[in-house]
Every structure is written in C-alpha cells, then in structure tokens.
Design a binder for this molecule. Sequence first.
Ligand SMILES: [Fe+2]
Length: 307
Amino acid sequence: MVDLHDIRYLRIGTPDLQSAVEFATKIVGLQLAGRESKAAYFRSDKTSVRGDTRDHTLVYVEGDPSDHVIGFDLKNREDFDKAGAEIEKAGHPVRYGSKDECELRRVQQFLAFEDPTGNKVEIVVRPFHSGERYFPARDAGITHFSHIGLRTSNASRDEAFWTRLLNARVSDWIGDAPLLRISTIHHTLALFPSPHPGVQHINHQVEDFDDVMRSYYFLREKGVRIVFGPGRHPSSSACFLYFEGPDKMVYEYSVGVKHILPEEESSYRPRQFPFAPESFCMWGSRPDIPEFRADQKDKKPPLKTVA
Ligand SMILES: [Fe+2]
C-alpha cells in the first residue's frame, strides 16, 4: 500500500490566466506567490494553523481548463521508488518527472499516474516549504487548502483504488460518493460520479464561521455566483459556502471539519447517507451543483422540495 501524507497542490489549466489570477487573489483571497510567463502560483497556509507552509497549494497554468493535476506527498520519502513500483504493478503506468518539471512543481522528485477514471495524480518528494509568512490579497480568513471533490466514472471501483492501493479510508458515503480521509481530517478527497474526470471543487478552510458569512455578503456584492450555502454538512460537521470560479470551477470555504483521531481509527465506522439534499446540508440550503443533485446528475426525478 502507498502511504500518502497529505495533499500538496492542484495544477489547473485556464485559457485566461490573468482573469484566474484576479479571481484567486481578489475574490478567493489567496496570495500570489509567483508568476511565470505561463503559470501563476498561489499560497494559502497560515503557519500557526497547519504547522507547515506549503510553497504553493494552487497553480493556474495557461492551457486547457479541463487539465487538472493533484499532487500528494508521501508519509516516508524513502518509499518513493516502492510506491512507483506498486502503482505500476497495479496496472497504472507511472512516469517520473524530469528536472524541469520538478522545478515547475517546486519539488525534488515526482512521479505521475492516473486513477481508473483518468484523474491525473502526482506523488512528490521533498516539496518546497516557504519561509515567508502567508499574506493574502484579501482577508477572507483562509487558514489552508484542505480538500478537493474529484470526479469519478465509477465510484466503487475508484474507492477501491484509493483505499486499497493508496491509504485513503472511507469516512462516510453520500449515495455512491465516498468521502475519503488520508490524515485525521474527515475528508481530503470526495469522489463524485461524473461523466468526465477532473477536480469537482476546491476547498479552503477559514478561521471561523464569521469568515463564511463575511464572504457570503462579499461574494454577493461582487456578483460572484453562489452555488450552495451558507450551510452545514451533516457528514463532516463543517459549515460551508460554495461559489463559482473561473472556467466554472467550484470553490468552497468551510470551517469546523470533523477530525478522526488516531485513537479513533480502529473503532470508527463510516456512515451511509442517502443521496438527498439533506445529506449535503442539514440547514436546508439546496445545491446548485450538478454532482450534488440527483435530478441533474442522472436525470432522476427532481429533488424533494419543502412545502
Ligand atoms: Fe467540500
């Protein structure tokens, strides 16, 4: 089994790099950490909360907006070659990054492969940390980049991939979608059925619930499309707000996510939530996100509405 430690970065293509930079800094509230001709790097880690400051956690790269890459680091860097061999043996061709590619990712080494859906995944060794304090362009209260929604063409097959070949554990299911943890955080990735691969949403944690509500009013004033919330997830207990970014990428702010501590690992039992709006929000907010809605996902009858 390949022991992942944490999610490190996302690399996302965009046909309009300047607009993506404007959105990431002035709307989401990330810090522009570096700008090269065809890529922009963003930071999000507040040292006092995470204990480490990833050099960057998001990169927008000029190119195809459906091109998404997710980077993870390993628990033990000595396992790098073994990890590559295990993934290859499981039938997923592994490619090792060149020196130039490592430089672009600010890592010492990386290997790349695809999950069964075709999501592009990278495992990195000795990713760079930043010695500078995180200083965002907008005070959205972000403390760190925390998790992603990932698209799957077959949730149970991909759940097996992420939990058997890799070390993810199921924290809960909503319908077929498993919410998977890698660390103590309730989920670092969630697999949502979708006709195509890619990242489905990008989560940043904020300091407190006031930040969620401040952003709710801020985003409304700026004309940003809010697609879900404010609300609270019954699975992870997190309070959330989802909104639409460049190329229709969904961003999320949340606070208060549940942790499953090492001493709880052996006794924790994942819960099955029905695929229903109440399973996504216990306050009654209704998602305008296709992957969270039965009626838009596979043309089932419309959602039950409250009279
Ligand atoms: Fe989320």
